[in-house]
Ligand binder design. Structure first.
Ligand code: DAH
Length: 361
C-alpha cells in the first residue's frame, strides 16, 4: 500500500474508533478526556500527522484535506455527544433533586397542658361562669392563716392531721416567725376576705381559689405536693341548700353528666355543720364496682357552712352574714374523670403519659 493510502486508512480507522468512543462516553468528564486523547497536542490525530512529513510534496495537500475532514468529523461528533450528555446529566440532577410534595411536612412537636393544669383551668372556669371570682394566695404561709384563723388552734388534733412542712428560715437567711408550706387552700379564704373588707367591700363575696398545697405524705394516693381548689361564698342568708345546689351544678358540669350527690355529716374545724360530699360512682352509675368499693358512692370533697369563728377572725359579723365553703383535690377529680389509676403518673413526667393525657389548647 502506498504511503498516502496507508495514511488515509489510518485516518479512517481513527475516525471510526473516535466516534465509537465518543458515543460510548458515560459522562462529560469522560468525553473531555477523549477530546484530549484524539484531538489534543499529543493526541492520536497529531500522531497520524507526523506521517504527513514523509509524503511527497504533491500528496500533502490531498492528505491535508483528509486530515481536516477527520478533524471536523471528530469535532462534530464531540459536540453532538456533548449536547446529549449535558442533557442527560441535567435530567439526572433534576431527578435527584425531585421533591415529593405529597410527603407530610415535618412539624415541630406541639406542647400540651399538663392534665392537672387543665383540670385546674376547667374547674376554675366552671366557677367563674357561676360568678365566683378567682383569687390566689401564697404557698408559703404563716400559722395564723393556715391554722389559727381557720379555727384550728395550736393544740387542736386536726393540726396533727396536716403533716406540715415547716420553713424555719426565709430565703434571705433571716430567722423569722415559723412559716410553712400551706397544707390546704383554705387560708385563701382568710386572705381574700380580709383584703376585700380592707378595700371597703361588703358581702356578697364569692371566690374560687385554685393552687398548690403540700403535705408530708407519699404513697399511691398521696403526693407531697398536690392541687386544691377552695370555693366559698359569704352573704346574708346563705344556707346549705345553696352549697348543695352549687355542688350539684359544678359536679354535673365537670363530669359532663347528671351526677347524684350526697352530703355526709363530718367534722372540719373551719365549718359548722360540715359535710363530706360523695358523688354517685361515675364508673358504675351507682351499681357498685371496684372503684367505689361496691358502695356506689365516691367521696370527692369536704364542705360546710363557714364557722362563725372564721368569719369573726376576719371581722365579718356572723350574726348578719353566713357562708358556705368547700375544698376539693384536683388530682382526684382529674383521675376520676379521665380514668387515671395512679396519682404518681401525674408527677413522673413520662412523656408517653403526658402526650396521651395532655390537652392541646
Ligand atoms: N381544707 C380542707 C382540706 O384540705 C378541705 C376543706 C374541707 C375545705 C371543708 C373547706 C371545707 O372549705 O369546708 O382537707
Amino acid at each position: 500500500m502506498s504511503e498516502i493510502d496507508s495514511l488515509k486508512a489510518q485516518l479512517e480507522s481513527l475516525q471510526a474508533d473516535a466516534l465509537n468512543a465518543f458515543a460510548a462516553a458515560e459522562n462529560l468528564n469522560a468525553l473531555q478526556q477523549l477530546r484530549v486523547q484524539y484531538l489534543g497536542k499529543k493526541g492520536a490525530l497529531t500522531e497520524v500527522l507526523k506521517g504527513v512529513g514523509k509524503l511527497p510534496p504533491a500528496d500533502r495537500p490531498v492528505i491535508g484535506q483528509h486530515v481536516n475532514a477527520t478533524k471536523s468529523a471528530l469535532a462534530a461528533g464531540l459536540d453532538a455527544c456533548e449536547t446529549t450528555l449535558a442533557e442527560k446529566e441535567k435530567i439526572a440532577r433534576i431527578e435527584a433533586e425531585r421533591i415529593d410534595v405529597s410527603l407530610p411536612g415535618r412539624t415541630k412537636g406541639k406542647g400540651a397542658l399538663h392534665p392537672v393544669q387543665n383540670g385546674l383551668d376547667e374547674i376554675s372556669t366552671i366557677f367563674s361562669q357561676m360568678g365566683f371570682v378567682v383569687a390566689e394566695g401564697p404557698e408559703i404561709e404563716d400559722e395564723f392563716h393556715n391554722f389559727d384563723a381557720l379555727n384550728i388552734p395550736p393544740e387542736h388534733p386536726a393540726r396533727a392531721m396536716h403533716d406540715t412542712f415547716f420553713v424555719k428560715e426565709m430565703g434571705n437567711g433571716e430567722k423569722s416567725e415559723p412559716m410553712l408550706l400551706r397544707t390546704h387552700t383554705s387560708p385563701v379564704q382568710i386572705r381574700t376576705m380580709k383584703r376585700f373588707l380592707a378595700e371597703g367591700g361588703e358581702p356578697p363575696l364569692a371566690v374560687v381559689a385554685p393552687g398548690r398545697v403540700y403535705r408530708c405524705d407519699y404513697d399511691v394516693t398521696h403526693s407531697p405536693m398536690f392541687h386544691q381548689v377552695e370555693v366559698f361564698k359569704v352573704d346574708r342568708d346563705v344556707s346549705m341548700a345553696h352549697l348543695k345546689g352549687v355542688l350539684k351544678h359544678f359536679l354535673s358540669t365537670y363530669f359532663e353528666k347528671d351526677v347524684a350527690i350526697r352530703l355526709r355529716p363530718h367534722y372540719f374545724p373551719f365549718t359548722e355543720p360540715s359535710a363530706e360530699v360523695d358523688i354517685g360512682c361515675v364508673f358504675c352509675a351507682g351499681k357498685g364496682c371496684r372503684i367505689c368499693k361496691g358502695s356506689g358512692w365516691i367521696e370527692v370533697l369536704g364542705s360546710g357552712m363557714i364557722h362563725p369563728n372564721v368569719l369573726q377572725s376576719v371581722g365579718i359579723d356572723s350574726e348578719e352574714f353566713s357562708g358556705f365553703a368547700f375544698g376539693l383535690g384536683v388530682e382526684r377529680l382529674v383521675m376520676l374523670k379521665q380514668g387515671i389509676p395512679d396519682l404518681r403518673l401525674f408527677f413522673e413526667n413520662d412523656v408517653r403519659f403526658l402526650s396521651r393525657m395532655g390537652v392541646n389548647k
